[in-house]
Design a protein around this ligand. Structure first.
Ligand code: GDP
Length: 296
């Protein structure tokens, strides 16, 4: 289960607050020392942890304990609120252009779940009575186009492909024209993934962005990879100016580092969470629900 060890570590940190009558500095410091270790062990970015602990301490020390709560519960309440804030506060909405189609560019490293998530997003939009078009612009991985076509067939969503001999820029351009002509209101472009970030990849993505003028550039990252996911997000963001992140594989036993650091490090919200291989396993990312899971 995701966050299991973080949840139990936090629980034991808060257990020590039980029976305390007052939130004084020593009590808070002791609890937060353990919270700090728990977050670091969960692979949360070092600076994020430092700032987080400082904020909770500042708010907790000297805080008037609400009558209905014990001091321990009061600290947990503050930690909960700060966790929610750390993950972006509110649910971040998917863009909807006033002049359809809304163009969504999907980016990500190979294996992160980009193509699967592209299909999931189409299904999510379909459920909202939207008419998405999937665009096969990953022309380098031979199976990628086929994979997208299979997803499109399963979902009954059209897939735009020009094979693997036409440039992704041209594919994107023609796909948008196709969507306009056919009154499709979302264009989801599955761009090329690589094993590692390289200049050629970024250059190509920039060119696609230039032509497609996306309303959203969503980076798909694998939550299981913790800090690496955050570093990948930071690099993509610095080159492409992402509008958001999609975290995948939250059904696995991820420790929590990616979910807790990505917004603070990149400034870009997590818009969706993928929690399984099935096509309906995609949900808008709810920081409050995630915080509840983390707090056990
Ligand atoms: P891409 O290379 O980024 O396009 O990755 P794929 O979409 O091909 O996915 C790589 C693997 O991860 C596949 O086996 C997917 O079924 C799997 N996968 C994708 N998203 C999730 C998820 O949220 N949970 C789990 N458990 N597996 C996922």
């Amino acid at each position: 289960m995701a966050f299991e060890s973080l949840a139990s570590r936090l629980q034991s940190a808060f257990d020590k607050l039980r029976g305390r009558g007052k939130i004084d500095e020593a009590v808070v410091s002791e609890a937060m020392r353990e919270v700090r270790l728990a977050l670091l062990e969960a692979d949360v970015n070092f600076k994020v942890v430092k700032d987080f602990v400082a904020r909770v301490k500042e708010r907790a020390v000297g805080q008037e304990v609400l009558k209905s709560l014990t001091p321990g519960q009061m600290v947990i309440k503050i930690v909960n609120e700060e966790l929610i804030e750390l993950m972006g506060g509110n649910v971040a909405q998917l863009a909807a252009s006033h002049r359809p189609p809304t163009v969504v560019m999907m980016a990500g490293l190979q294996g992160a779940g980009k193509t699967t998530t592209t299909g999931k997003l189409a299904k999510y939009l379909q459920k909202q009575n939207r008419k998405p078009l999937l665009v096969a612009a990953d022309i380098y991985r031979p199976a990628a186009i086929k994979q997208l076509q299979v997803l499109g067939d399963q979902l009954n969503v059209p897939v735009f492909s020009l094979g693997d001999q036409v440039s992704p820029v041209e594919i994107a351009k023609q796909a948008i024209d196709h969507a306009k002509a056919n009154h499709l209101d979302y264009v989801i472009i599955d761009t090329a993934g690589r094993l590692h970030i390289d200049e050629a990849l970024m250059e190509e993505l920039k060119q696609v962005r230039e032509v497609a003028k996306p309303d959203e550039i969503l980076l798909v990252v694998d939550a299981m990879t913790g800090q690496d996911a955050v570093n990948v997000a930071e690099s993509f963001n610095s080159q492409l100016e992402l509008t958001g992140v999609i975290l995948t594989k939250l059904d696995g036993d991820t420790r929590g580092g990616a979910a807790l650091s990505v917004k603070a490090v990149t400034g870009k919200p997590i818009k969706f969470a993928a929690m399984g291989e099935k096509l309906d396993a995609l949900e808008p990312f709810h920081p409050d629900r995630m915080a509840s899971r983390i707090l056990g």
